[in-house]
Structures are given as structure tokens and as C-alpha cells.
Design a protein around this ligand. Structure first.
Ligand SMILES: [Co+2]
Length: 224
């Protein structure tokens, strides 16, 4: 049974929602992919059955758009200054983020991976574009593209070098593959020379890419 059919039968009722109609008007000349068609189909069905309205969809898009890497940076900075928070974050990423008021609007779990002198973590979704959106917002385009998705697992050291990140040979690179249920966030190493920094100053050093693991946290005073 095709997934498409399965979802349409999910309510247990017969209906004649006809998917032969043309969605091309919404997406222009680009052929919609599997997930585009799925999204349109599910959305139309939910609105048609009055389970959700267009305004609720719009509000949810507002929630998604409100998520930026600043949230993740706040989490990382707190972990750097508060060892007990750091421990809770590594034990249960989602619960610790929720402590800071970051809501999860979906049922995804969050595993936080700590970079150390011995281990460098890199995250990827080899299948599609799973990403810790509640704490980072939308993924960068390169994260969603085949070259990164395919190469990150096969030759992470080479991929990192292309981001300007040279990992010493004695540091193990661990690549974690995200799923629809479990997302990862990298806790970068706290840069040296930041002992006197406030939490806010620390957060300013934490970039989106550092929380994906493709670069380290910025060194104070650098232009990164
Ligand atoms: Co994915």
C-alpha cells in the first residue's frame, strides 16, 4: 500500500478527494516532489474536513519562522556557564531546552552531542533534511542537498576541511544521522579566552554552523 493511500485512509471513512487535479499552479513550473504532493494533499484534506483552518496553518508557519539559531546559541551558552544545566542538557536535550522556555511544537526528541578534545560531532540527515528546527529554525540549503548528505558520512574529515575546519588526526569524528523522531544539536567546545565572558557574550560566539558541527564556536575577536 502506498503511503499516500495509507494517509488518506487514516480517518477510516471513504471519500472521493481526487488527487488527479493539478497542483502546478501553486509551485509554478517545477514538478512537485513526493513530499510537496503529500503536504498539499494532507493540508487540503485537513482544511476540507474542517480539522484545521487556513489561519491555524498561518499561525504555525509564524511559529516556525520565529525559530532562529539564537535559541540554540542561548542553550549552548547556558550549558557553558552552568554545569548542572549542561548535565541535564546532555541527559535530555528536549527537557533542558524546555526549561529555557523553548517549546517543541512537534514530537521530536533532541539529543545534544558534546564536542571534546577527543571527539568532534557532525550532524546530517542522510535521508532528507531532518534538523533540530525548534532550536535552530530552518536548515541551510547545503544541509538539504545530496553532496553534503552523502559525503558527510563517507568522508566527514574532507567535508569539514571544505568548511575550513581541520580536525586533528587524533580527534575522532562522529557523524550522527538525524531521523524524523530524533534530532541532534552539537554542543561546541567553549572557546579559550572566554573565562570572563557573560552568557550573552558567549551566545554571540555560537553560530548555526557550530551547532551542526561543521565549524567550531567562534574565537573571540575573530571576524567569523
Ligand atoms: Co530527514
Amino acid at each position: 500500500m502506498a503511503p499516500d493511500r495509507e494517509i488518506h485512509d487514516g480517518d477510516g471513512h471513504d471519500h472521493d478527494h481526487n488527487h488527479a487535479h493539478d497542483h502546478a499552479g501553486v509551485v509554478g513550473d517545477v514538478m512537485p516532489g513526493y513530499f510537496d504532493i503529500m503536504e498539499t494533499g494532507v493540508r487540503e484534506l485537513l482544511v476540507e474536513k474542517q480539522l484545521i483552518g487556513a489561519s491555524e496553518i498561518r499561525r504555525q508557519i509564524e511559529v516556525l519562522d520565529s525559530r532562529t539559531p539564537a535559541l540554540g546559541a542561548k542553550v549552548v551558552a547556558r550549558a557553558w556557564v552552568d554545569p548542572s544545566f549542561r548535565a541535564r542538557l546532555l541527559a535530555d536535550g528536549r527537557a533542558a531546552c524546555e526549561e529555557l522556555g523553548i517549546t517543541f511544537y512537534d514530537d521530536t526528541g533532541l539529543i545534544v552531542l558534546e564536542n571534546t578534545d577527543k571527539i568532534h560531532n557532525l550532524i546530517v540527515c542522510t535521508l532528507c533534511s531532518c534538523y533540530p528546527r525548534p532550536v535552530l529554525g530552518l536548515p541551510p540549503d547545503w544541509y538539504k542537498l545530496k553532496p553534503y548528505r552523502a559525503r558527510a558520512v563517507v568522508e566527514p574529515r574532507a567535508v569539514l576541511a571544505e568548511f575550513g575546519t581541520v580536525i586533528p588526526d587524533d580527534v575522532e569524528i562522529r557523524v550522527s544521522d538525524s531521523t524524523s523522531q530524533v534530532r541532534y544539536l552539537v554542543l561546541p567546545k567553549r572557546p579559550e579566552g572566554t573565562e570572563s565572558f557573560s552568557e550573552e557574550q558567549l551566545a554571540a560566539l555560537v553560530t548555526r554552523d557550530a551547532m551542526i558541527g561543521v565549524v567550531p564556536a567562534a574565537v573571540p575577536g575573530s571576524a567569523r
